[in-house]
Design a protein around this ligand. Structure first.
Ligand SMILES: [Zn+2]
Length: 355
């Protein structure tokens, strides 16, 4: 289990991912009309790839090396994470996201323009096995061959983290693959955040933060794995407080960077969830994507996710989590998810565009 700490710290994000801030030019559309174009019609008409997250109601469209992000009931649309424009807010109607013709026209224009020659890559992945040392995390008992065997979260997550480390290191010798701990030692949440934020990156490099935990519940029947990502609602407050969206640069800058982390976090979380599902989905229920403002995740200035591998409080699942082969499947699932996200990320924003 992870600790939830209510922290109202106001964060200023200063990472190199977002380099250019084109201050929002509120773009009042000339052909404003009713939102009568569905997201699926938009996707079809513009021939774009789409990612839609019904939980956060965020859509990401991709074409030609361009990325566009927007959200239901929010007129702020992000173009390539470099520019924010104001359009008619998309609205939900009967569970379907609808946009106006003006919205569609503006996006069509944008997708047909020459993409930016800037490239991004994932420079580092920080794997964070939860707890350690004096902090065992969740504890449970596994019944193995009729014997009761104690099981501790800190041990389970370390096995998975180290195996994941080895896989990632092998796949990408040119990326920094890092562990917050590689043995049984205590690290405070603050120290984990400091480690995360002190990783040196080159310009145009991003870092991914992957926190690994195991769950426990009073209800001994609870089972399954979960993947958590940063809460968009928390981030939302930053820009709402500023009053006018274009009046102050800093809140917009903050918001845009946060949007990027949020969206990327959702995409990574989804990818990891799919990876885990393929590996362990027949043995442990998929509890789906979750959003929360976990302390560790929230204060790391990077796209970040938290994985709960399963419940040590459930006898059957505890036995799985005590099994090295099962833990290998877990790390394989996380690895596959990261691999597919990173390949996609680097392809869509890589060197091939705009030349
Ligand atoms: Zn935990």
């Amino acid at each position: 289990m992870s600790m939830i700490v209510n922290s109202n710290k106001h964060l200023v994000f200063t990472i190199p991912l977002l380099l250019i801030l084109a201050v929002a030019q509120p773009l009042v559309s000339q052909t404003s009309s009713r939102p009568d174009i569905s997201l699926s019609a938009l996707v079809k008409d513009l021939s774009v790839q789409v990612f839609w997250d019904p939980l956060s109601q965020i859509a990401v469209l991709q074409k030609n090396g361009h990325l566009v992000n927007f959200r239901a009931d929010d007129g702020l649309v992000l173009l390539d994470y470099r520019e924010a424009i104001a359009l008619d807010p998309p609205v939900m109607k009967n569970g379907v996201l609808m946009v106006t013709a003006a919205f569609k026209d503006r996006l069509e224009n944008f997708f047909s323009a020459v993409p930016p020659p800037v490239s991004y890559r994932v420079g580092a992945i920080l794997i964070d096995p939860g707890h350690g040392g004096k902090d065992p995390g969740a504890i449970g008992t596994a019944k193995i061959n009729g014997k009761n065997v104690p099981i501790q979260e800190k041990d389970v997550v370390l096995v998975v983290a180290r195996d994941l480390y080895a896989r990632l290191h092998k796949a990408w010798p040119d990326k920094k693959i890092l562990l917050t701990r590689s043995d049984d030692r205590y690290i405070s949440l603050e120290d984990r955040v400091d480690i995360a934020n002190s990783v040196k990156l080159d310009e145009h490099e991003a870092i991914l933060y992957v926190s690994i935990h195991a769950n426990a519940a009073f209800n001994k029947k609870s089972t399954g794995f979960e993947v958590w990502y940063l809460s968009p609602d928390y981030r939302r407050t930053v820009i709402d407080k500023s009053g006018s969206e274009s009046a102050e640069i800093l809140p917009i800058l903050n918001s845009m960077m946060e949007e990027e982390f949020t969206t990327e976090s959702i995409l990574i979380a989804k990818s990891i969830m799919d990876g885990l599902d393929a590996q362990i989905g027949t043995q442990s229920p998929n509890r789906g994507l979750k959003e929360e403002s976990w302390f560790v995740v929230r204060n790391a200035r990077m796209p970040s996710v938290l994985i709960e591998l399963g419940f040590v409080s459930n006898e059957k699942e505890a036995a799985l989590l005590a099994d090295t082969d099962y833990l290998k499947k877990c790390s394989m699932g996380i690895y596959n998810g990261l691999f597919s996200f990173i390949s996609h990320f680097e392809q869509s924003r890589g060197f091939t565009i705009g030349q």
